[in-house]
Design a protein around this ligand. Structure first.
Ligand SMILES: [Zn+2]
Ligand SMILES: [Zn+2]
Length: 310
C-alpha cells in the first residue's frame, strides 16, 4: 500500500440474510462486512458472512508478512453496529479468531441493557453454535462503546484505545485513525451505531440499518457532514416501503431516496448504497443505482469486492 492511503473494501453488502446464487453474482450475496485499511491498521465494520472470506485473506497475508519479518501478533479491530444476525453471523467462522497469535479487539454498543460481550457469547451458546465464543483461541478484548467515546488507533501503535470524547488527547497525529459513534434509534429495538472514521483529513461514515425521517435524519446529517464517503442503508425501493399490503415502514431501513437525501444534505463526496434487500437481484441493483444517481449524482450501489481509495 502507498503511504497514508485509505482503502475501503466491501466484503458483504447484503441486508437481512445471505443470498448466494446466479442472480446475485455481480453484487454479491454476503451480509454486512466492510474492511477499512490505512497504511498500518485494518478495521472491520460488522461481521456478517462477508467477514469469512476476509478472514481467509487476512491469514494468507499474515503468513506472507511473517515470512518478511512482520511481528508475530496479528492485531485486528472489529466495530459492530449492532448484534442482529446479519451483522454477526460470520463471526464464528472468522478464521483469525481461532489463532492464538491474533489479538481481536471488538467494540460496539450496549443493546437492550446487554453488554456486547454477553450478546456475542449468547449468540454462540451451544444451542446455536458448536463453538463457544470463549473457546476461540485468539486473545479477545471486548469493550462496550458509547457515543461519548472516541476510539484511537495510533499509527505509532498497534492496538486501539478508547477515550471519552471530551478528554483532551495530546499526542494524536493526523495519520492516526479516529473513530466516533452516533447512536441512531431508527432501528428496532434499541438502535444501532453509526461510525465515522477519520484519518489525514479524510473521513468515512458507515450508516447501515437506519431508517430515514421526513426531511432527513438531522442528527445523522450533522454527524456525516462533509464525509468523503457515506455508506448508507438503502434497502427498499419507494413502492416497497409504502406498499399498503406489506409496508416496510418502521423496519429500520431506508429507501434509496432517504439515503440520497442524507448524502445531499450532509454534502458528502460519495454515496455507497448498502444493505441491499435480499430480493433485489443484479438487474434490479443496476436499476437502483441509476435511480440513486438521479437524486445524488455520485452514488454507487455497493458491490462485493468493490474498492474505494481515498
Ligand atoms: Zn442488518
Ligand atoms: Zn439490524
Amino acid at each position: 500500500m502507498k503511504q497514508h492511503d485509505l482503502l475501503i473494501r466491501l466484503w458483504g453488502v447484503r441486508g437481512s440474510y445471505p443470498v448466494p446464487g446466479e442472480k446475485t453474482v455481480e453484487f454479491g450475496g454476503n451480509t454486512s462486512c466492510v474492511e477499512i485499511r490505512n497504511r498500518k491498521h485494518r478495521l472491520i465494520l460488522d461481521s456478517g458472512t462477508g467477514i469469512i472470506p476476509l478472514g481467509e485473506k487476512i491469514l494468507r497475508e499474515y503468513q506472507a508478512d511473517r515470512e518478511n519479518g512482520a511481528e508475530e501478533t496479528l492485531h485486528l479491530t472489529v466495530l459492530l453496529t449492532h448484534t442482529h444476525h446479519d451483522h454477526i453471523q460470520g463471526l464464528p467462522f472468522f478464521a483469525p479468531a481461532y489463532q492464538a497469535y491474533c489479538s481481536l479487539y471488538l467494540f460496539g454498543p450496549q443493546l437492550l441493557g446487554e453488554d456486547l460481550l454477553s450478546s456475542i457469547s449468547l449468540s454462540m451458546e451451544p444451542t446455536f453454535c458448536p463453538v463457544r465464543f470463549e473457546e476461540m483461541n485468539s486473545k479477545k478484548i471486548i469493550q462496550n462503546m458509547t457515543d461519548t467515546d472516541k476510539l484511537i488507533l495510533r499509527n505509532s501503535g498497534n492496538h486501539p484505545t478508547l477515550y471519552n470524547i471530551r478528554e483532551k488527547v495530546d499526542d494524536i497525529a493526523p495519520e492516526d485513525l479516529t473513530i466516533t459513534a452516533f447512536r441512531s434509534y431508527a432501528h428496532p429495538k434499541d438502535g444501532v451505531f453509526v461510525y465515522r472514521i477519520a484519518v489525514n483529513g479524510k473521513s468515512i461514515v458507515y450508516a447501515t440499518d437506519t431508517e430515514g425521517y421526513v426531511g432527513g435524519d438531522s442528527r445523522l446529517i450533522a454527524f456525516a457532514r462533509g464525509a468523503d464517503v457515506l455508506i448508507h442503508d438503502a434497502q427498499y425501493l419507494e413502492h416497497e416501503y409504502t406498499d399498503p399490503a406489506n409496508p416496510k415502514q418502521g423496519y429500520g431501513h431506508s429507501t434509496i431516496e432517504m439515503a440520497c437525501e442524507v448524502a445531499k444534505k450532509a454534502q458528502v463526496g460519495k454515496l455507497i448504497l448498502f444493505h441491499h434487500d435480499p430480493s433485489h437481484d443484479d438487474d434490479q441493483m443496476k436499476k437502483i443505482e441509476k435511480i440513486a444517481q438521479g437524486y445524488f449524482k455520485n452514488s454507487v450501489a455497493g458491490k462485493e469486492g468493490m474498492e474505494i481509495w481515498l
